[in-house]
Design a protein around this ligand. Sequence first.
Ligand SMILES: [Zn+2]
Length: 134
Amino acid sequence: MSRSEIAAKLREHGVLPTPQRLEVAEVLLDRPQHLSAEQLLEKLRANGSRVSKATVYNTLNLFGERGLVRELTIDPSRKFYDSTTHAHHHFFHVETGRLSDIPHEQIEIMGLPELPAGTEQESVEVLIRIRDKQ
Ligand SMILES: [Zn+2]
């Protein structure tokens, strides 16, 4: 995606394309991937970017709110931002900390509990935790 295409994508999602937001979007939306804020910051630094940590965090929150990325919370200390926004599931390798995609159609949910009164289902996401065989 070119910088102007990325800017157009941000505007489509109601995000003003400031230079810092464009830098973050260029790295994160480059390809299907799952990055933590720290990993994203490292990549930005490697590209010579001087975007602050606070700006990266704020930008990721904004992108998440506006549906530009999906937030995946593995546990309270680990949050990832997924550039693939359509419904899909994940493998999480507990030793490497890596996430990989499982296509939506590869998981069939056979039964779900009754939803709490007054609620409707928004989505079901499956996270399969894996480790290398001993
Ligand atoms: Zn994913």
